[in-house]
Design a protein around this ligand. Structure first.
Ligand SMILES: Nc1nc2c(c(=O)[nH]1)N[C@H]1C(S)=C(S)[C@@H](COP(=O)(O)O)O[C@H]1N2
Ligand SMILES: [Mo]
Length: 221
């Protein structure tokens, strides 16, 4: 067994991406605003859909999948897949922007809008931050305001089909206005917090917010 397969959360790819963060790889120094042009600075368009993970893609069937919502909320949630899909459903179309410079237009998602999740769990007044926890051990953090944007959703389908396991099925987060590492795959739980708590990439040199339009790729920017 190699070291990588023993410790998938610290793979060679992880170390390479940490080095890119230190070196400021892919930074163009340009900024633009959404609406001015569709492709953010330093990005190129791809037609296919690359798969990025930490070297493990957990197999969670819809039968076994659960979503746990806890922390600074009035109504903690523990849903199975049926309870999850019994919530209001939305469809939305959005672009993907990955920090490794590929973008993919017109992704058709279906699932639960984060705003409807917030209606269900009722964050307490002190809640300002959200941490997503995934079945592969991945975490990522978002300001509550970013999590709550209108086109953000917990997606179970893509292009009218169940979201593929390699892309985070049964359910992943989609937050289109931030780099795609914020869009946690294989979503397991959502923690509401008063204080921020940086996630997997955020403690490894990635930007805490990750706005593609101002190239918030790395924490030193
Ligand atoms: N649980 C989990 N979510 C994750 C990741 C991961 O490794 N584990 N990688 C992130 C990164 S860096 C990217 S670019 C996207 C990739 O999603 P995709 O494989 O569907 O393109 O997922 C994000 N969400
Ligand atoms: Mo990424």
């Amino acid at each position: 067994m190699t070291e990588e397969s023993d410790q998938p959360l610290e793979s060679k790819l992880t170390r390479t991406k940490q080095r890119w963060a230190r070196e400021g790889r892919f930074l163009t120094g340009k900024t633009s605003r959404p609406g001015e042009q569709r492709l953010p600075p330093g990005q190129h368009l791809t037609g296919d859909w690359p798969v990025l993970d930490l070297g493990v893609a957990p197999q969670i069937s819809r039968e076994r999948w659960r979503l746990d919502v806890y922390g600074a909320v009035e109504h903690p949630i523990f849903w199975d897949f049926a309870a999850f899909t019994a919530q209001p459903q939305v469809k939305s179309v959005s672009d993907i922007h990955c920090v490794t410079t590929w973008s993919r237009y017109d992704n058709q998602w279906e699932g639960l809008a984060t705003r409807d999740l917030l209606n269900a769990c009722q964050p307490r007044d002190e809640a300002r931050h959200v941490v997503l926890h995934s079945y592969d051990g991945y975490t990522t953090n978002l300001a509550l305001d970013d999590f709550a944007t209108e086109d953000a959703l917990l997606a179970h389908s893509w292009s009218g089909m169940p979201l593929e396991q390699e892309h985070g099925g049964p359910v992943r987060l989609v937050v289109p206005h931030l780099y795609f590492w914020k869009s946690a795959k294989w979503l397991q739980s959502i923690e509401f917090l008063a204080q921020d708590a940086p996630g997997y990439w955020e403690i490894r040199g990635y930007h805490n917010r990750g706005d593609p339009w101002t190239e918030q790729r790395y924490s030193g920017d």
